[in-house]
Design a protein around this ligand. Structure first.
Ligand SMILES: NC(=O)c1ccc[n+]([C@@H]2O[C@H](COP(=O)([O-])OP(=O)(O)OC[C@H]3O[C@@H](n4cnc5c(N)ncnc54)[C@H](O)[C@@H]3O)[C@@H](O)[C@H]2O)c1
Length: 431
């Protein structure tokens, strides 16, 4: 199929690369000149395992190309995906300006029938909004569909290629058939539904996962007080197939570009429709508080943090990505700096220059080697569970730290082993 994708971000690029790999002809279009230039040269603007190889392979096969030219991206395409950002406004509402702009451009440039598929996460009703914007610019026939994306950064290519379900929200038989053909290579369940339901499925899924994380974090906080071990509690809970063993890792809470904004967006959607989604309010509050607990634990070990040197390992919101959007680590570092702490930080993939440009911190010293970052520090905080931290040389850590204090926000080490080595070790929900 001839496909174009508006928005060459995490979702757009992965979708484009995977659909090209499946044999389609794909054009990815973005308004970011630098991004498109880099992509044309086979450079990927962010870190995502497997993506670079896939894109370069399909550039060579002429199955994928990149353009700034919106007209070119619309012409002669059967399927046009919208995969632009839908960030959060200050008031919690979803900022749909990028989606609206793309809809207008598509409308202006359409010359024949196409299906416009929304992959961005958007409030219920956006399908109709996009339809009306296009209608104002183009009076030929076209269809609108919602096909929310469930990939996870860090395993996005795998997730796209091995979906657990595909949601197709549409109100026309023709578009349903074309989208079904597009996803023919996958054998997972396909849910055919109306556009509004498809839009809601994405928010409901993310909100439920966020609720699961906040729930286990609340259990962890009780475990600490009663002397129970949250890892074992979560393991045993997860053996019940009604609960499942995923998303039961206690820690410093969820972050990233999706969960925080999607939970708040759903809360807001409900509010705008005269319903108070009480549970979601609590999910957000628990998540925000959970980040603060790590700073409290650091104070428990170090006392007043003024001028204390502290090392933080991990800045990305989760492992295997360089994405720092709404990362718990950023809030924690800011809080420690506010309390007078002097921070050394290390992350295997995060772009330190970008963090500096974006003024994310006051005066953090960034390191390219995790052990160098430990020197003269009075404590190590684990903020992201990268494998290289799990496999770190614990005795070396102890030798390099000025004081053997570790505050583990992701429960990556065994408390008994840590105590045996001689660490003062605090984690989440375990004594
Ligand atoms: N990142 C994820 O893990 C993930 C997973 C599932 C769903 N989503 C949803 O997918 C959507 C995209 O997320 P993302 O993380 O890929 O965003 P992103 O910020 O990585 O990428 C968005 C891209 O859209 C481009 N863009 C903006 N306006 C444009 C325009 N008028 N024309 C062409 N390109 C334009 C931006 O320059 C940017 O490159 C969001 O709604 C998000 O909630 C994200």
């Amino acid at each position: 199929m001839e496909i174009s994708i508006f928005g060459a971000g995490y979702v757009g690029l992965v979708t484009g690369a995977c659909l090209a790999e499946l044999g389609n002809n794909v054009v990815c279009c973005d308004i970011d000149r630098n991004k498109i230039e880099r992509l044309k040269n086979g450079e990927i603007p962010f870190f995502e395992p497997g993506l670079k190889n896939l894109i370069n392979k399909n550039i060579k096969k002429k199955k994928i190309s990149f353009t700034l030219n919106l007209e070119e991206a619309v012409l002669a395409k059967e399927v046009i995906f919208i995969a632009v950002g839908t960030p959060q406004k200050k008031n919690g509402e979803v900022n749909l300006s990028y989606v609206k702009k793309v809809a207008k451009e598509i409308g202006k440039n359409l010359k024949k029938y196409a299906i416009i598929i929304n992959k961005s996460t958007v409030p219920v009703g956006t399908g109709n909004l996009v339809r009306n914007i296009i209608k104002k610019e183009y009076n030929g026939s076209f269809d609108i569909a919602s096909n929310p994306e469930f990939l996870r950064e860090g395993s996005a290519v795998f997730d796209f290629m091995n979906p657990e379900r595909i949601i197709i929200g549409t109100d026309s038989t023709e578009s349903k058939k074309i989208i079904k053909d597009l996803y023919e290579p996958f054998s997972c369940p396909v849910v055919n539904t109306k556009i509004e339901t498809a839009e809601m499925i994405k928010y409901a899924s993310n909100a439920f996962l966020a609720a699961k994380i906040s729930f286990i974090n609340e259990i962890a906080n009780v475990c600490e007080r009663v002397g129970a071990n949250v890892d074992e509690v979560a393991y045993a809970m997860g053996l019940d197939s009604r609960i499942g063993n995923k998303f039961l890792d206690a820690g410093i809470g969820y972050g990233g570009s999706c969960f925080p904004k999607d939970v708040r967006a759903l809360h807001n959607i409900a509010l705008n429709n005269n319903y108070k989604f009480k549970l979601l309010k609590a999910v957000v509050r628990v998540n925000n508080d959970q980040r603060l607990l790590l700073a409290e634990k650091t104070e428990r070990l170090l006392g007043d943090l003024k001028n204390k040197k502290i090392c933080v390992w991990g800045i990305s919101f989760k492992p295997n990505t360089d994405d720092t959007r709404e990362s718990a680590a950023i809030d924690i570092i800011n809080l420690l700096e506010k309390k007078g702490g002097k921070i050394n930080a290390y992350d295997p993939k995060v772009d330190y220059e970008k963090l500096r440009r974006d003024n994310k911190f006051k005066a953090v010293n960034f390191y390219s080697n995790k052990y160098d970052a430990l020197k003269n520090c009075q404590a190590l905080i684990i903020a992201t569970e990268w494998d290289e931290f799990k496999n770190a040389d614990l005795r070396k850590i102890k030798k390099l730290l000025q004081k053997p204090n570790i505050i583990d926000g992701r429960n990556i080490y065994n408390p008994d082993k840590m105590k045996k080595i001689g660490f003062n070790y605090l984690s989440v929900g375990r004594l």
